[in-house]
Design a protein around this ligand. Structure first.
Ligand SMILES: [Fe+2]
Ligand SMILES: [Fe+2]
Length: 178
């Protein structure tokens, strides 16, 4: 028996496709970074592509768990290549912020419908989006620091090396142990 509303089922399916799109954005930007010899940044972006695919799959599982129907739909094309690393990172942050707003809509609908199961499920994504925005913001800060003093690309080179081993998760303040 289906235990989510038709509207919720549709929203979750749309979100599933959106997460797949997010993965395509990271994949495309990763390939772009690699083609410009920013191997560390590429590794970071590919790693994140994997995260987005997991999000997509998590939603798929949830729809099925609630007796809903999964609809795998077309994924729109990834955006055109950025002009530089700064634009690449800023675009990614924009995409994440946009995605957070879509997650908020799901949580809002769940609240309106008193669908506490989906409300609870949505909380995981709310937290995930806080982490991702924090993570990308941090990388942008590092990039700004590095590019302020660009003379011989040395700082950018260091940033690239740094990102190769950067975690895919940011620690949010409430998780930090005192
Ligand atoms: Fe995601
Ligand atoms: Fe994301």
């Amino acid at each position: 028996m289906k235990r989510i509303s038709d509207q919720m089922e549709e929203m979750l399916n749309k979100q599933m496709t959106r997460e797949a799109y997010q993965a395509q954005v990271y994949l495309s930007y990763g390939a772009w970074a690699e083609s410009h010899s920013f191997q560390g940044i590429a590794t970071f972006l590919y790693g994140h592509m994997q995260e987005e695919r997991e999000h997509m799959f998590k939603i798929l599982k949830y729809i099925l768990d609630r007796g809903g129907e999964v609809k795998v739909e077309a994924i729109k094309a990834a955006p055109v290549h950025p002009k530089d690393i700064g634009e690449c990172l800023n675009n990614i942050l924009d995409h994440e912020i946009q995605n957070s707003k879509e997650i908020d809509k799901i949580v809002k609908l769940a609240h309106e419908e008193s669908d506490w199961a989906t409300f609870n499920f949505g909380q995981w994504f709310v937290k995930e989006q806080i982490e991702e925005e924090t993570l990308i913001n941090g990388v942008i800060d590092k990039y700004n620091l590095a590019s302020n003093q660009i003379k011989d690309n040395h700082n950018l080179y260091d940033l690239d090396k740094d990102l190769a081993t950067a975690p895919q998760e940011a620690t949010t303040p409430r998780e930090e142990t005192i």
